[in-house]
Design a protein around this ligand. Structure first.
Ligand code: NDP
Length: 290
């Protein structure tokens, strides 16, 4: 029989999670601070718990999806919640320190804990496109992976509970960098009447092409050797100057390319002019204030 689950937090995401569990045939108990958000789920067969304590039970996998970790702690530390012997999967967004603290806190209360990060929006939940990252004890993940699989493509990252949160922000860095680079080019092209839709397919092709370089560049970083197989950092830095000059001439914001250029210049000053681009990992590994 399908594992019973309890979903605590029925915001935009929590409702999608509970709905996916119901569709996959899991007996699903739900709880939300504002009970009316459970109405549609109850109509589809979910059981509405009268309290958090009623939802968090040893015979059910508890999935948490609240605004932040403070809300998670507030609810689980509340009166009438018996935590010993329970298992929680926390899909609330937070940072790695919060994930590790929550894991310690769970252990102190005799509960089992997996942390998680959802790399998807609510309409994708329940499909393979929804990537959900997990970290914590492998045995716990292996036990619950079939259940969690109802939500999307579940991936196990490792025993350190902080890993899901770290991968989450690493992914955000990628997302904003690609979007900002695209917006920079779009702003530049709009000054000569090229609209965003015209440039978008070119930008997409470039982003996909660059993504293909990552495995080879990662190998250079892991080896700590950066031979200029396709171009030198100095060649890249000259092209950055063109981007800055074009942006300035067109009256477009050039802060972002100036930041790339400053990093490349520092690496060149450190003696890396003849090396390949990923040598900049050393710049990224050095703390600096903006
Ligand atoms: P919503 O704002 O829609 O829902 C927030 C939920 O948290 C509600 O159920 C709310 O209850 C509950 N809550 C907040 N504070 C408390 C508290 N002190 N006590 C009890 N319940 C509380 O947010 P989402 O569902 O969109 O997001 C939930 C989590 O999922 C966040 O951490 C978010 O970062 C993450 N996430 C969301 C994505 C998205 O696209 N929506 C994508 C990836 C991750 P009430 O209904 O009573 O207000």
């Amino acid at each position: 029989a399908a594992t019973p689950v309890s979903v605590i937090g029925l915001g935009r995401m929590g409702q999608a999670l509970a709905d996916a569990f119901l569709k996959a045939g899991h007996p699903t108990t739900v709880w939300n601070r504002t009970p009316s958000k459970a109405d549609q789920l109850v109509a589809k067969g979910a059981a509405l718990a009268g309290s958090v304590g009623e939802a968090v039970r040893p015979d059910s996998l508890t999935v948490l999806c609240l605004t932040d970790y403070a809300a998670v702690h507030e609810l689980l530390a509340g009166d009438g919640v018996a935590l010993s012997g329970t298992t929680w999967v926390n899909l609330t967004s937070g940072d790695s320190a919060q994930a590790r603290d929550t894991a310690r806190w769970a252990e102190e209360h005799g509960a089992r804990y997996l942390d998680g990060a959802i790399m998807a929006v609510p309409p994708g939940i329940g499909t393979a496109e929804a990537v959900i990252l997990h970290s914590g004890p492998q045995a716990e993940f292996d036990t619950h992976a079939p259940t969690l699989g109802a939500l999307g493509t579940v991936t196990y990252l490792g025993a350190d509970h902080g890993l899901a949160a770290l991968y989450d922000v690493a992914g955000l860095a990628m997302m904003w960098s690609v979007l900002n680079a695209w917006l920079q080019g779009t702003a530049l092209l709009r000054t000569v009447g090229v609209d965003a839709a015209t440039y978008a397919p070119f930008a997409r092709q470039i982003a996909a092409g660059v993504a293909d370089w990552l495995p080879g560049y990662a190998e250079q970083i892991d080896r700590g050797a950066f031979p200029a197989e396709v171009s030198t950092l100095e060649t890249d830095a000259r092209a950055m100057t063109h981007l800055i000059e074009e942006s300035d001439a067109a009256g477009v914001n050039a802060e972002l390319p100036r930041l790339f250029k400053a990093m490349a210049d520092r690496a060149i000053a450190a003696g890396h002019a003849e090396k390949q681009y990923p040598v900049l990992i050393e710049e990224f590994g050095t703390p600096r204030q903006a």
